[in-house]
Design a protein around this ligand. Structure first.
Ligand code: SAH
Length: 430
């Protein structure tokens, strides 16, 4: 028998051998023409069909479908609830449609169910049930975390009997009234504030808006965080009033704090106040006059006389502190996002490295560095690599004690890595 060779493989010569798998014939995909009148489904909802790549993405569980994966322009205005179809007309699910954003579809359901008042009522109840289980007795938390709570384009932060809400896409903006009514029904709040004054709305063609949607706001709200009471202004403060994603990390920071502490990018004192319950002294560095004033009030009302608030650019403060040979025992770095998009990652990493390198230089041996980053364009590994490079340049040995993220009220949705955005490492610098 001749030896098999590449040209003469044995199995091809054997009589009766099963035929090899044939490549499927190349079928070029037919892209439907753009529609001027939308195609309607049996329930009266418009249908949006996907090209093969979009179907694969949807079936792989990704809750966002990009414009390039739609089969032509569906001829819609934006904000509609649509039926998502494959090119052969099979139903895939329901989604919010956006006309202007690069993200055209945001998953709502795999099933052919009515997306009506009851649907949204149930989604809010589903989100609420998790908070009651994970944070029993707590009244300040993120009540709805957008896609991760199966409510795309909606953020609801609860501060006791006041809610602060963001409507981020046309789908939720157009249902503002319905959502407000459902929130009143569920939480019976004293006030609901609309904090839709965020830049991302621009990507959806929506203007920035802020105001009171329901009830009356009693001025700044107060809430407990471990041993301290924090006051935040829901209408004039940053984000929805405070950075609730760091609440658990604030309390963890107090556990490590000792000696002379430094909190950079303090806002109204989430970390600084906690550090002050344990450390001898705290220097809080914040660039905004308004936030610094609120921080001073928070320190005073908690009778924490060991907090010094410095209004300064933290980059300059850290550089000068190194030059002056200052030393600290505990440092927190919680900067705003340095990378708003993918192109900005390199510059952002340089910024993160600069502040972390300086913090490592400033710490006495055995000191703690609590270092955070809230940009989802840099993942946990990228953040760790940056820290390793800063440690090498600082010529310090650094231990990772804890790798943390946002609190339990900010769930991460599998298949949507963007919902895992916050990194907060506890490091010990030797
Ligand atoms: N650590 C806070 C949240 C920080 S948010 C908490 O846990 O509650 C980031 C803060 O950094 C904002 O208050 C912002 O005003 C401030 N900030 C932004 N750029 C800054 C800079 N270059 N120097 C100092 N503060 C800055």
């Amino acid at each position: 028998m001749p030896k098999p060779t590449r040209d003469n493989p044995r199995h091809d010569r054997r009589p009766g051998a099963p035929p090899g798998r044939k490549r499927p014939p190349h079928r070029p995909e037919v892209i439907a023409p753009d529609r001027t009148t939308p195609e309607m489904g049996p329930d009266g909802l418009p249908q949006v069909s996907l090209i093969r790549r979009g179907v694969e993405r949807w079936q792989a569980g990704h809750p966002w479908i990009y414009r390039a994966d739609l089969n032509g322009d569906p001829g819609l205005q934006g904000g509609e609830i649509v039926r998502v179809m494959d090119a052969r007309g099979w139903f895939l699910g329901k989604a919010f449609y956006s006309k202007l954003s690069k993200i055209s579809l945001r998953w709502l359901s795999y099933e052919d169910v009515a997306v009506d008042t009851d649907f949204f009522r149930q989604r809010l109840a589903l989100a609420d049930a998790m908070r009651q289980r994970a944070l029993p007795g707590e009244t300040t938390y993120r009540a709805v975390h957008g896609e991760a709570d199966l409510l795309p384009g909606l953020v609801v932060d609860r501060y006791g009997d006041c809610l602060s809400v963001q409507f981020l896409i046309p789908g939720t903006e157009q249902r503002k009234q319905l959502i407000t009514e459902l929130l009143v029904e569920l939480y019976k709040p004293r006030a609901i504030v609309n904090r839709s004054d965020v830049g991302v709305r621009g990507l959806e063609g929506l203007p920035q808006e802020k105001g009171v949607l329901y009830g009356t706001l009693p001025g700044p709200v107060a809430y407990d965080e471990g041993l301290v009471r924090v006051r935040a202004d829901l209408l004039e403060g940053q984000k929805t009033g405070a950075f609730l994603d760091q609440r658990e990390n604030h309390i963890v920071a107090s556990q490590y704090a000792f000696g002379e502490a430094l909190d950079c990018f303090s806002y109204v004192g989430g970390f600084a106040l906690q550090l002050a319950t344990r450390a001898k002294s705290v220097t809080a560095v914040e660039i905004s006059d308004q936030a610094a004033a609120q921080l001073r009030e928070n320190a005073a009302s908690n009778k924490l006389g060991n907090v010094e608030v410095v209004v300064a650019n933290a980059f300059d403060f850290l550089r000068d502190a190194v030059d002056e040979g200052r030393r600290f025992d505990t440092i927190v770095l919680d900067p705003p996002s340095f990378a708003k998009n993918k192109d900005a990652i390199e510059g952002a990493l340089r910024g993160y490295k600069e502040i972390n390198l300086r913090a490592m230089q400033l710490l006495r041996p055995g000191g703690y560095l609590i270092s955070a980053s809230c940009t989802y364009h840099i993942d946990e590994q990228g953040f760790e690599d940056m820290l390793a490079s800063a440690a090498a340049d600082a010529k310090r040995r650094v231990q990772i004690i804890e790798k943390r993220g946002a609190g339990k009220d900010h769930p991460v949705l599998l298949n949507l890595r963007e919902t895992r955005y916050l990194k907060c490492f506890v490091l010990r610098v030797l």
